[in-house]
Design a protein around this ligand. Structure first.
Ligand code: ATP
Ligand code: MG
Length: 776
């Protein structure tokens, strides 16, 4: 044990060796909070505390596994095995199985996911003959969920006139009844939903004093990581369990509280000292994770928040490279920049893919990053969500498109024939399959002959099938003339998919709409890219093939070495040598939906602080000047968060003027993997700041100079050559295109252009005003 304790600094040792009593460690990112929890558990065990008596609650199960593995190296595998470790949900699901009978549940109760819950709620609404446009399933579900997380049971609901009045005002006077029916039906079916796992644990601990006593006695030492993000239900559980022995150790960072939207309560950490007597407070100040530049930049950001505990974070690590800020013209360019930057870093420093993470605010942003990584053959993995093309709503759209190209595609047909619902039931489907097999035809062929085939389907159902067939056939006709984007957009509307998704205004529903929007953007990008390729043909089919290959490739990669892609929310507690934070644009990050109040904006800023502090060696901040939304380029402004970082820590690597005024370079400037392929890009109009929009300091900070575009190793020479130093026959070097020879010079002054034949085979005309060339 001694040997291991020497791996902690003095400030970390103090809470580690503080064996008994309530204690809180409040410290900034990367200061070793999780390490203290880990070593503290090992220390407790070395002091004779039985592993069975220790409960450790973590933010993810992965974190728990890693912690346990580390402890096992110190105290041995067989002892570590007996520790209780995991997320609140996983630990208390386990306890509820032991105690289920007390609450009247079978110990093999089922846990419903949100889809199951939705289906049940929808059928209850139907049985109650309620208008489903007013009683929207998903809204009802999230309402019920927030009641449960605030411990408002059905009984409590009906005793609270204010709540009932609020639902009445929202034109949903029968919400309470739905809630009651839902709870009764779950109970009858032996089912708990996600929220029940916490709610029922609370019920168990309050209704059964002997059960509470048993677990209080069992869990004599309780440790909680990421305490700043516990919700009310979780808080009550921890309080109840620790009440007897008061050996409770929580660690957290108020600056990293990012789950308020899900009910996390920052007051849990702020009030901890009032909740227990004689609380020991520890602070850690030394960051071991990141370079000085990153630590200082993160400090300068979080300083802007008014609501915070004062903390010092410093590091003895190297100064490190400055944080690189990159502007791109479009989100597609941003993806290509990230991919080529990862590629260069990997090559220059011989690094594994797992050294890299790309973090974004919303899941939909992964699409352009995925596309670019795939083109570069860089393996990646999306965490906390399906790969973009595997998401349900995306697969639904793709299934329609597949059916247009190949109506024999049975899986695609089965997926969409009754989605959105058209009243084509399972029995009808079963009979169609039997008929198709009998005739030796595809289902679609049977559908096309539905009036002639011998199948036991009534005329009402036949009509519905006919409508569906006509719909798909109309898409097929359109496919003969329309481009893939126009067709796909039409399909999402005419099929009713958009209407279906529009009904759902919950965050999940909005996210699904955003994903479809992203898919359409991807198709738009694809179509634009094909415009100048002479032999580009049936673009929808080619697009689908691209996508199909993409998913095959992804599936093959398994768990091997890969770049991590995830939302910032998921990245909490993790660390990576290289971190790319993308989409740093106003209205995206900070999100348009979170700028209404100071506290919402401060939560966004904490989220940015979390993102930046994941980086060990190097952080990149990227944003696009315009982003495709619904197939249109929408201008955006750089995020205020970039501006808020003290500029001494930043290195702006793409001069904005060059990107805006030189469409000629757009296709290749970020190291397009296919520099010779002609790509069509819309000429981009200079976009000036909208009124009142924050004028980015970034723009003014550094004028375009050669240095900004040079890798550190190449610093020689002046490069801005439009003052006329360049002559035909000169050999020049361009950062992206490499070496080449000047063939021709034309124009004068600011319009001087040079035609250059690059050694990679391409001939380019470059405006010398912007081109970063060096005579060699
Ligand atoms: P976060 O707030 O992001 O959750 P944290 O405070 O939990 O961060 P840790 O993840 O425990 O910080 O530690 C950050 C990094 O620093 C880890 O790689 C850890 O191994 C390392 N580290 C922590 N303390 C020390 C130490 N005393 N000596 C060497 N490395 C350390
Ligand atoms: Mg941690």
């Amino acid at each position: 044990m001694e040997k291991y304790l020497s791996q902690l600094n003095e400030a970390q040792l103090a809470p580690t060796l503080q064996k008994d009593g309530p204690m809180i460690v409040i410290a900034g990112a990367g200061s070793g909070k999780t390490r203290v929890l880990t070593y503290r558990i090992a220390y407790l065990m070395s002091q004779g505390v039985d592993a069975f008596n220790i409960l450790s609650l973590t933010f993810t199960n992965k974190a728990a596994r890693e912690m346990k593995a580390r402890i096992a190296t110190i105290v041995g595998e067989s002892e570590a095995k007996n520790l209780w470790m995991g997320t609140f949900h996983s630990v208390f699901a386990k306890i509820l199985r032991f105690e289920a009978d007390k609450l009247g549940y079978p110990s093999n109760f089922t846990i419903y996911d949100t889809q199951d819950s939705d289906r049940l709620i929808a059928s209850i609404i139907k049985e109650m003959n309620l208008d489903k446009e007013i009683y929207k399933t998903k809204q009802i579900r999230s309402r019920i969920s927030s009641y449960k997380n605030s411990l408002i049971t059905v009984k409590a609901y009906f005793q609270n006139p204010e709540l009932m009045e609020a639902d009445k005002m929202a034109r949903r006077p029968r919400l309470g009844e739905i809630y009651k029916n839902y709870v009764d039906r779950c109970f009858k079916a032996g089912v708990m939903d996600f929220d029940d796992l916490l709610l029922k644990t609370n019920e168990l601990l309050t209704r059964f004093p002997e059960v509470l006593a048993k677990y209080q006695d069992k869990f004599r030492y309780i440790l909680v990581d990421e305490y700043q993000d516990t919700n009310h239900s979780q808080y009550l559980i921890v309080r109840a369990l620790s009440d007897r022995f008061q050996n409770i150790c929580v660690v957290g960072d108020d600056a990293q509280s990012i789950y308020a939207f899900r009910g996390a309560n920052i007051n849990n950490i702020l009030n901890f000292q009032k909740d227990y007597e004689d609380v020991k407070l520890f602070r850690l100040e030394q960051n071991y994770r990141s370079t000085k530049n990153i630590v200082n930049a993160a400090n300068s950001i979080i300083d802007k928040n008014q609501t915070k505990l004062d903390k010092i974070v410093w590091t003895a690590n190297d100064e490190g490279a400055k944080i690189k800020v990159n502007r791109s013209l479009t989100d597609g360019d941003e993806g290509r920049f990230v991919a080529s930057s990862i590629f260069e870093n990997k090559m220059q420093n011989q690094l594994p893919n797992s050294d890299f993470a790309v973090l974004y605010r919303t899941n939909a942003q992964s699409r352009s990053i995925e596309d670019a990584l795939r083109k570069r053959d860089i393996p990646y993995r999306i965490y906390g969500g399906l790969s973009f093309y595997q998401r349900k709503e995306i697969k639904d759209v793709l299934s329609y498109l597949r059916l247009i190209i190949n109506p024999a595609d049975e899986e695609a047909l089965k997926r969409v024939i009754n989605y959105p619902t058209r009243g084509i039931g399972q029995t009808t489907m079963d009979r169609l399959v039997v008929a198709a097999n009998g005739y030796g035809k595809t289902i679609f062929e049977v559908l096309q002959n539905i009036d002639k085939v011998d199948v036991n389907i009534n005329s009402g159902a036949r009509n519905k099938l006919r409508d569906f067939t006509t719909l798909i056939e109309s898409f097929q006709v359109m496919n003969q003339t329309a481009n893939a984007f126009d067709l796909a957009e039409h399909v999402t509307k005419a099929s009713g998919l958009i209407r279906e998704l529009n009904k759902d205004s919950t965050p999940e529903g909005v996210a699904r709409m955003e994903n479809i929007e992203e898919l359409l953007n991807g198709i738009k990008d694809f179509v634009e890219g094909q415009k100048e390729i002479a032999d580009a043909t049936a673009s929808l089919a080619e697009f689908l093939e691209d996508v199909a290959l993409a998913t095959d490739l992804d599936a093959d990669k398994g768990d091997a070495d890969h770049v991590a892609l995830m939302t910032i929310h998921l990245a909490k507690g993790l660390e990576f040598p290289y971190v790319y934070i993308v989409g740093l644009e106003e209205d995206l990050f900070p999100s348009a939906m979170s700028m209404g109040t100071r506290s919402e904006l401060e939560e966004e800023r904490r989220l940015f602080y979390v993102a930046l502090t994941r980086a060990e060696k190097q952080a990149y901040l990227t944003y696009a000047l315009s982003r495709y939304r619904w197939g249109k380029l929408i201008d955006s402004d750089p995020s205020r968060f970039i501006e808020e970082i003290d500029e001494q820590y930043l290195d702006i690597i793409t001069p904005i003027e060059e990107r805006r005024f030189n469409p000629m370079l757009d296709a290749d400037i970020f190291g397009d993997p296919e520099p010779n392929k002609v790509r069509f890009k819309k000429p981009v109009q200079p976009t000036f700041k909208k009124k009142g929009a924050p004028v980015s300091k970034v723009v003014k900070k550094e004028l375009p100079t050669s240095k900004n575009l040079k890798p550190v190793s190449q610093t020689k020479g002046n490069t801005n050559l439009f003052d006329g130093k360049l002559a035909v026959g000169n050999m020049v070097e361009h950062l992206r295109f490499g070496k080449g020879e000047v063939l021709k010079i034309e124009g004068a002054g600011g319009d001087t252009k040079a035609e250059i034949k690059f050694n990679n085979g391409g001939v380019k005309k470059l405006l010398l005003r912007f081109a970063k060339l060096e005579v060699i």
